[in-house]
Design a protein around this ligand. Structure first.
Ligand SMILES: Cc1cc2nc3c(=O)[nH]c(=O)nc-3n(C[C@H](O)[C@H](O)[C@H](O)COP(=O)(O)OP(=O)(O)OC[C@H]3O[C@@H](n4cnc5c(N)ncnc54)[C@H](O)[C@@H]3O)c2cc1C
Ligand code: FES
Length: 462
């Protein structure tokens, strides 16, 4: 009954329902008791009446209490944002949202020296579908000076069963020290130019790097830097929906200035004894304080990097591992887990950044207005819409990279077969994938970011 009660959202209706139900049950029980004992005197009837009324009162209280529990479990998000209300008579329902949908930035919060969060509400004020912890949003940005819209993918960094907003937490990508290349286009634009009130189109939540909240097996969340974003969502969902599940949250940061969401995670851990946290700082600042085990106050648990030895010293042997962070970090943890005998089937990971090729394949395209003239040559790629045919370069990492080297500008985001942004119709021929795609692919389409030609001729709708 308690579970059913929690599904009633209005507190007074929930309280009245609980009161009526318990009153009925108590009245029935009292009547049966009077019948069985054959009590005919007035005081027995009065006692039965009082007992029934008391039960009804208790029921009303239980109804109200159910509301308190609901708030505690994060069924809905509150913060200081009002829940969305439909302003039109036909709010968009989740099932209708398949392509771009406009979102308004309703809040912008600096989380650390390089990470800023953006809280998004649908412009149409319609329903926000729930999502699985670990999933991402793909957003589209019109950035002045860019020839086309820039599409990027960002993990949802918060969780609620009935979300009132979506939160994205974005790291400013500076230019790599060793390369003479521009800084990150989208992340710098978000930090510098996107403020409350800005409108950003987004596709529905997607992604397969998710925590199954139904499972009870121990789970270990391991991240560094901005890799923390899907982990917060996973930690919140796991602790709210399955509070006894043993959970570890390992996170590596340079120091307190770069450590986003420390207080948010610490607050969850305080309420959920099944969640153990460990923060490692590689270069703590002089005023960063080691965490005191007794008071749990301070910034970090250990100095150095998160490594497999540290993880294995704390977690249960049959745990599942979820990894997100810099490529070098994930590579070292994955290698360590393998060495420790953890099977691949218990290790899940997501990489935010695909290393770019040191040099793009040379543009050897034979540009042709007469598209058909070179299409039959061995090892040729035909970009049908652009009316270009090019001899395939075996040193090209993918058809996407090859298209870019030939001055085409296909849409992309993850460049790893995760987001589906580069999906393109394959008009002729076959491709093979460098790695298994995780994005859903429509029949007749391919993900060019991880595909190479398999047949002598490949014709793409590009
Ligand atoms: C599933 C998924 C989830 C993600 N979640 C998050 C998240 O929660 N938070 C987050 O911050 N990010 C996340 N990302 C990463 C995000 O999608 C972007 O890749 C990131 O913000 C960088 O985009 P940008 O446009 O700023 O940088 P880009 O312009 O794409 O550049 C990226 C980096 O490459 C450098 N660069 C530019 N040109 C070259 C070149 N020619 N050669 C070599 N290097 C070059 C830039 O200086 C920059 O450092 C996620 C990615 C994926 C795939
Ligand atoms: S760019 Fe993301 S799947 Fe290809």
């Amino acid at each position: 009954m308690f579970t059913s009660l929690k599904q009633i959202r209005h507190p007074l209706v929930r309280s009245a329902t609980a009161a009526i139900t318990t009153l009925s049950v108590a009245t029935f029980a009292s009547s049966v008791a009077l019948g069985v004992t054959n009590a005919k005197d007035e005081s027995a009837a009065r006692s039965a009446l009082y007992a029934s009324l008391l039960a009804g009162g208790c029921g009303a209280l239980v109804g109200l209490m159910a509301r308190e529990q609901e708030a505690d479990r994060g069924m809905t998000q509150a913060l200081d944002l009002e829940p969305p209300t439909a302003v039109n008579s036909m709010p968009i329902s989740p099932v209708n949202w398949t392509d771009w949908r406009n979102f308004v930035v309703v809040r912008k919060v600096k989380e650390s020296k390089e990470i800023t969060s953006f809280y998004l509400r649908p412009e149409d004020m319609g329903v926000l579908p729930s999502f699985q912890p670990g999933q991402f949003l793909t957003i589209k940005l019109e950035i002045p000076g860019q020839a086309r819209a820039i599409i990027r993918t960002y993990s949802l960094s918060d969780y609620a069963e009935q979300p009132a907003y979506y939160r994205l937490s974005i790291k400013r990508e500076l230019m790599p020290a060793e390369l003479d290349v521009p800084p990150g286009i989208a992340s710098n634009f978000m930090h510098d130019c996107v403020d409350v009130g800005a409108v950003i189109p987004a596709k529905p939540p997607s992604g397969k790097f998710v925590l199954d909240v139904q499972k009870s097996s121990p789970a270990v969340l391991i991240s560094n830097g901005v890799g923390i974003t899907p982990m917060i969502s996973m930690a919140k969902a796991a602790t709210w929906l399955n509070r006894d599940r043993p959970l570890w949250f390992f996170h590596g940061a340079r120091n307190s200035q770069f450590h986003a969401f420390r207080d948010e995670i610490a607050a969850i851990a305080q309420q959920h004894p099944a969640l153990t946290t460990h923060f490692a700082y590689s270069r703590p600042r002089p005023d960063d304080v080691a965490i005191d085990d007794l008071s749990e106050s301070g910034h970090y648990h250990s100095i150095g990097y998160i490594d497999t030895a540290l993880i294995q010293s704390q977690v249960m042997p049959d745990a599942e591992y979820f990894l997100c962070g810099s490529p070098a970090f994930m590579e070292s943890i994955r290698a360590g887990l393998k060495q420790a005998g953890v099977p691949d089937s218990r290790v899940f990971f997501e990489s935010f950044m695909q290393a770019r090729a040191a040099s793009a394949p040379s543009p050897t395209a034979t540009t042709s207005q007469d598209m058909g003239s070179h299409a039959d040559g061995a090892g040729s790629v035909v970009f049908a819409r652009s009316q270009k045919t090019a001899a395939w370069q075996p040193d090209a990492a993918s058809l996407l990279e090859f298209a870019e080297a030939n001055d085409l500008t296909p849409d992309y985001s993850c460049r790893q077969g995760i987001c589906g942004t580069c999906e393109c119709q394959l008009l002729e021929g076959e491709v093979e994938y460098n790695q298994p795609p995780t994005a859903a692919i429509a029949t007749g389409s391919v993900l060019i970011c991880i595909a190479k030609p398999k047949t002598a001729t490949v014709v793409l709708d590009l």
